[in-house]
Each structure stands twice: as structure tokens, then as C-alpha cells.
Design a protein around this ligand. Structure first.
Ligand SMILES: *Cc1c(COP(=O)(O)O)cnc(C)c1O
Length: 369
């Protein structure tokens, strides 16, 4: 037996998964633009709330009820229609475990969030990946057509990570009308706060829980609120669906510190909204600059941009990294770059200008002249 052989039996679909490798950590000289984190320091009031939270010898409140009540009030729903998890990814996992098992299918767009294929396989279900359109958008007509009687869930990511475009409310409503009403629809809105397109789907404002009992909206404090390191996200949806997610959750994984920081962030909403506005403006400046250089950049509505570098992806990522910019390459497909500090945006623009010049004239990452 070599060190690479499995010493025990592992479910084959799990053994076949690539082990999780985090995006590169940035050295002191470089900008980390690989995980869509918020470049701002935590707010002083959030740091104070963390300092004040004591009692780490005690388990946290299992259902984060203060935060649930607070979010419920804010969105005009009942506290049981909100579920808090250690990051919205953990809620996604809970919902998939609850809804889909061996023999079942889960439909989502591809390329989309890297976590989807693994979480579907871990649940024992079969991923059904529906290609994005050439401009990085969900093809909801094709997604509806991919639904069969084995489909237990459909995941919609708006804005789509890593390409950037939103799904419109009209497209989303049309999808719901096509789907059997007992199929769970997970609307992953991790970047909702950065959206400036008024046509975008808004799970919380418009879904009205009565009319759409099969839809669950997922949101997070990781991105716009800048709490990625604390792991706290939430779902809003039908109480009975969220009960199923509560059943598959690992108990007590949302810490008291996460809950306090999330509450303090909701108290500081206006400051955070101002930061989000600044990031969205930086994003728009970045996109405009890239397009002016000749890049074909899909609509960017999150806190990141997508360069469709195709076969040139690894080489392009290296060029950024040599310049101290840690970006997220998806081999053979493209590079996702988070909107970071203003100096980082300038640096991205200067490296991107030289990368696009070296792409062949007919490269798909280039705007057709
Ligand atoms: C970042 C992200 C999440 C959420 O992450 P958590 O930190 O687990 O809340 C969920 N979905 C998408 C598409 C993301 O990019």
C-alpha cells in the first residue's frame, strides 16, 4: 500500500471528488482577489460586539433565535420562516441532504458556484448541469427542460458566481411556472446586496411566501457584510422546508460570536450599504475599463468580474499573480477577479491590458471588433 492508496472503504462517489483546496492565500505584498471577500476592515461596532460576546464555555443558542427574529422582522416573515446556518453554503448542503438522495437529480447552471457539484454528490444525488449562455447567463428555458420526474431541486444563482450576470425576475417567474410545484427551488443570492440592475430577481422582496412555497432564498453575511471569517448565512422560505434543513444540520454550528456580529451588522446597516455602494462603483469602473481594453466582460452584478480566458486561463492567472494579484482561475474556462482595494483595481486594469493584447484576435474572451 502506498500513501496514495485508501486504507479503508470510502463511498466511490466521494473518493472520486477532488479534495477541497482553498484559493491561494495572499502574501503581505499581494492583493487577495480570489474569494470575493469584502476588502473593508470590519466595522468598529462589529469588533466591539465580538469583544463583548463572552461565555465561550457555553454552547450557543441552537437556532440563533435573536438573529432569526431580527431578520424575520426585517423581511416581514415569521421567525420560523428564517433559518440561520454557519454560512449559506451549509444551508445549501442541509437542503440538498433533505430533498435529494440516490436516484434523484439536482439541476443547476454550469459554470456556477464550485460548491454545487460536490454538495449534490455528497447527498448521493446526481448533478444535472445546464450550460450557461455564451454571455455567462443562466439559460432558464434549458434548465426547465432538464427537469424530469427524478428532479428534486433546482439551484439558481443570481448574480451567478463566477460569471456575474443576474437572473431577471421575469425569467425566474417563468421558470417557476414551468416547474412541478413539489420541486425545491433554491435561489442562491449570496451577492444580492451588490445588485444594481432593477430587473434582477429578489427572493425576499417579491417571492411572497404564500404563492411560492417551494422557493427558498439563501443569503449570507460573508460578502456584502464582510463577515466571511465568522461563517453566518440564512435562508428564508416555507417553515416546513426549513424544518427539514434544521433536521439535517449539524447542531450548534452557528456560534454566539457569529450571531452577535450579524446583529451588530444589521444595526450598522447604513454604513455597510455605503461600503457596498463603493464596491459596486469600483466594480463598474473595472468593467468599463476592461471593456475599453477589448475584453468581452459579462454583466457584472456581484463583487467580481469574469474574464473568459479559455485555454489561456492558467497563463493569464500567472501573469496576475506575478504582479501580486491572487485571482481565481478555472482551468480552460476563465478567471474570476474580486473587486478589492482601489489600488488593486488599478493594478488589475494594468495587467489585464497586457493580457488581452496577447490574446489571438478571434479569442472568445475578446470583444468582437
Ligand atoms: C460565497 C458564496 C456563498 C456563501 O458563502 P457562505 O460564506 O457559506 O455564506 C454562497 N453561494 C455563492 C454563489 C457564493 O459565491
Amino acid at each position: 500500500m502506498t500513501a496514495d492508496d485508501l486504507p479503508i472503504r470510502i463511498r466511490p462517489e466521494i473518493a472520486a471528488l477532488p479534495p477541497y483546496r482553498q484559493g491561494k492565500q495572499a502574501g503581505p505584498e499581494s492583493f487577495k482577489l480570489s474569494s470575493n471577500e469584502n476588502p473593508f476592515e470590519p466595522l468598529p461596532s462589529v469588533v466591539d460586539a465580538l469583544r463583548a460576546a463572552d461565555g465561550v464555555n457555553r454552547y450557543p443558542d441552537a437556532t440563533a433565535s435573536r438573529l432569526r427574529h431580527r431578520l424575520a422582522e426585517r423581511f416581514g416573515v415569521l421567525p420560523d420562516e428564517v433559518h440561520v446556518g454557519a454560512g449559506s453554503v451549509s444551508i445549501l448542503s442541509q437542503l440538498l441532504l433533505a430533498a435529494a438522495g440516490p436516484g434523484d437529480e439536482v439541476v443547476y447552471a454550469w459554470r456556477s458556484f464550485e460548491a454545487y457539484p460536490g454538495l449534490v454528490l455528497i447527498a448521493g444525488a446526481t448533478p444535472i448541469e445546464v450550460p450557461l449562455t455564451s454571455n455567462g447567463r443562466h439559460d432558464l428555458t434549458a434548465m426547465a427542460a432538464a427537469v424530469t420526474d427524478r428532479t428534486r431541486a433546482v439551484i439558481v444563482c443570481s448574480p451567478n458566481n463566477p460569471t456575474g450576470p443576474i437572473v431577471t425576475q421575469a425569467e425566474f417567474d417563468a421558470l417557476l411556472a414551468e416547474l412541478p410545484p413539489d420541486v425545491l427551488v433554491i435561489l442562491d443570492e449570496a451577492y444580492a446586496e451588490f445588485v444594481t440592475d432593477p430587473e434582477a430577481v429578489d427572493g425576499l422582496r417579491t417571492l411572497g411566501l404564500d404563492g411560492r412555497p417551494n422557493v427558498v432564498a439563501l443569503r449570507t453575511f460573508s460578502k456584502a457584510y464582510g463577515l466571511a471569517g465568522l461563517r453566518v448565512g440564512y435562508a428564508v422560505g416555507h417553515r416546513r422546508i426549513l424544518d427539514a434543513a434544521r433536521s439535517t444540520a449539524i447542531p450548534l454550528s452557528v456560534t454566539a460570536h457569529s450571531e452577535e456580529a450579524a446583529l451588530a451588522s444589521l444595526d450598522a446597516e447604513s454604513e455597510l450599504i455605503e461600503r457596498v455602494r463603493v464596491i459596486a462603483e469600483r466594480r463598474d469602473r473595472l468593467v468599463a475599463g476592461l471593456r475599453a481594453q477589448g475584453w468581452r466582460v459579462p454583466e457584472a452584478q456581484g463583487n467580481f468580474v469574469w474574464l473568459a480566458t479559455g485555454e489561456e486561463t492558467s497563463a493569464a492567472a500567472e501573469r496576475f499573480e506575478e504582479a501580486g494579484l491572487i485571482v481565481r482561475p478555472f482551468a480552460g474556462d476563465g478567471v474570476r477577479i474580486s473587486v478589492g482595494e482601489p489600488e488593486a483595481v488599478d493594478k488589475v486594469l494594468s495587467i489585464a491590458a497586457s493580457v488581452v493584447e496577447d490574446l489571438p484576435e478571434d479569442h472568445p474572451g475578446r470583444k468582437l471588433a
